[in-house]
Design a protein around this ligand. Structure first.
Ligand code: COI
Length: 353
C-alpha cells in the first residue's frame, strides 16, 4: 500500500488555545477508495469537501462505520497514539457487520501514522486536550438498490479538541430512557455504525430539553437492565464494588471501558461485569449504597455523573458538581499514561518520533 501526498497550497492558522470538541480540523485528511473489488492505494490530501452524487448509497441506507481515538504529544515532543490498533480491529468487526470490505488493521495503522506525522504540529498539549482522530468508512455506490455497495471510501480526519462536554470534565446528569431503546441483541448495538447514533438523537434531545446531558439506555427486551449512555459505557460504585454492565451483544465494547477495567485490576480494585438492573441503581441512589457513577469513552474520557433522573424524579449521586474518588483516580491514571506522565505498563501507547 502506497500513500500519495498532495500538498496544500494554503495552510490554516493554528489556534493558540483549543477548547471545543470536533469543530476544528487540521490541514490534511487521508482518503482511500475501494473499487474494482479491492482497496486502492491511499492519499493524504488537503482537508476539503467530498464530491458525492445525491444518489450515493450512504445517503440513503447508512452503510457506514466510524471510530474515535486520540493522539497526544508528551513534554519531549514525542507523539503518542493510544490503542489505535484496537480501534482499527473494532472497525474491522463493524465493517463485517455491515458487509463493508474491512480495511486491513496494519494498513490503517500505517495510514494513520503517516497522517499524524504530517499533522504533528496541530496536536494540542494543554491539560484536557488531544488530537481527536475520526476514521470512517462509507458506501458510495451511485444507485438506489438496497444491497452491499461495491464502492467505498475510508477517510481519516483529525480534530484538535478539548473536553467532549461543553462544561469540561464537570459531572453530567443522565435520564433513564423508558420510551426508546438503543439496541437489541442481533442488531448493531455492539458495533460502531452510524445508524446507532442517528437512532439515539431523539431521546438525547428530549433528555437535554428536560435538563439532562445524556440518556441512560436500558436493554431493548425487558427494559430492565442498564446498557450504556449515548456516547459512553457506564460504571457504578455500589456497596464499594465497581460494577459495569457485561458486554451482552448489544453494548459497544468500549476501548476506554476495557482500559478502565485493566487499570482498576492493576490497582487490585476488582470490577464486576454483570447485568445491572435500573432498580438496583435507583435503590442504591436512594439508600446511599451507590456512591459513584461515571461514564467512559474516547471522547469523554472519564465523565462523572452526579444526578440520575427517572420518571420525573431526580436522584443525587455523590457530591453535586464533584467527581468521586475512583472517577478522579481513573481520569488522572489514564490521561497520565496517554500523555506520557506515567509509565505505560500495559503497552497501550505507540510513540511516533
Ligand atoms: C468517541 O468517544 O470517540 C465516540 O466515538 C463517541 C462519539 C459519539 C463522540
Amino acid at each position: 500500500m502506497k500513500t500519495q501526498f498532495i500538498k496544500s497550497d494554503k495552510l490554516k492558522q493554528k489556534p493558540n488555545k483549543v477548547s471545543s470538541f470536533g469543530k476544528l480540523f487540521t490541514d490534511y485528511m487521508y482518503v482511500r477508495e475501494y473499487k474494482n473489488g479491492k482497496w486502492q492505494d491511499g492519499c493524504i490530501r488537503p482537508f476539503d469537501a467530498l464530491e458525492l452524487l445525491p444518489c450515493s448509497s450512504v445517503l440513503h441506507y447508512g452503510q457506514a462505520v466510524f471510530e474515535g481515538l486520540k493522539a497526544y504529544k508528551d513534554d519531549s515532543g514525542t507523539v503518542r497514539l493510544f490503542r489505535h490498533e484496537d480501534n482499527f480491529r473494532r472497525m474491522r468487526t463493524s465493517c463485517e457487520r455491515l458487509c463493508i470490505p474491512p480495511v486491513d488493521v496494519a494498513e490503517a495503522a500505517t495510514a494513520l501514522t503517516e497522517l499524524v506525522s504530517v499533522e504533528r504540529d496541530w496536536i494540542p498539549t494543554e491539560k484536557g486536550t488531544s488530537l481527536y482522530i475520526r476514521p470512517f468508512v462509507f458506501a458510495c455506490d451511485e444507485s438506489l438498490g438496497v444491497h452491499a455497495a461495491k464502492n467505498y471510501k475510508f477517510i481519516i480526519i483529525l480534530s484538535p479538541s478539548g473536553a467532549y462536554y461543553s462544561h469540561g470534565f464537570a459531572p453530567v446528569a443522565l435520564k433513564v430512557e423508558r420510551e426508546y431503546v438503543r439496541a437489541v441483541v442481533g442488531g448493531t448495538g455492539a458495533y460502531k455504525v452510524v445508524g446507532n447514533y442517528a437512532a439515539s438523537i431523539k431521546a438525547g434531545e428530549d433528555a437535554i430539553s428536560q435538563g439532562y446531558d445524556q440518556v441512560l439506555w436500558l436493554d431493548g427486551v425487558e427494559r430492565k437492565y442498564v446498557e450504556e449512555v449515548g456516547s459512553m459505557n457506564i460504571f457504578f460504585v455500589l456497596d464499594k464494588k465497581v460494577v459495569t454492565p457485561a458486554l451482552n451483544g448489544s453494548i459497544l465494547p468500549g476501548i476506554t471501558r476495557d482500559s478502565v477495567i485493566k487499570l482498576l485490576q492493576s490497582k487490585h480494585i476488582p470490577v464486576e461485569e454483570r447485568r445491572v438492573s435500573v432498580d438496583e441503581v435507583i435503590d442504591g441512589a436512594k439508600s446511599g449504597r451507590l456512591t459513584e457513577v461515571f461514564g467512559t469513552g474516547t471522547a469523554a474520557v472519564i465523565s462523572p455523573v452526579d444526578r440520575i433522573g427517572d420518571g420525573g424524579k431526580d436522584y443525587a449521586i455523590g457530591k453535586k458538581g464533584e467527581a468521586g474518588e475512583i472517577a478522579a483516580m481513573l481520569l488522572n491514571g489514564l490521561t497520565d499514561i496517554q500523555t506520557g506522565r506515567a509509565a505505560d505498563m500495559f503497552g497501550w501507547v505507540t510513540a511516533i518520533n
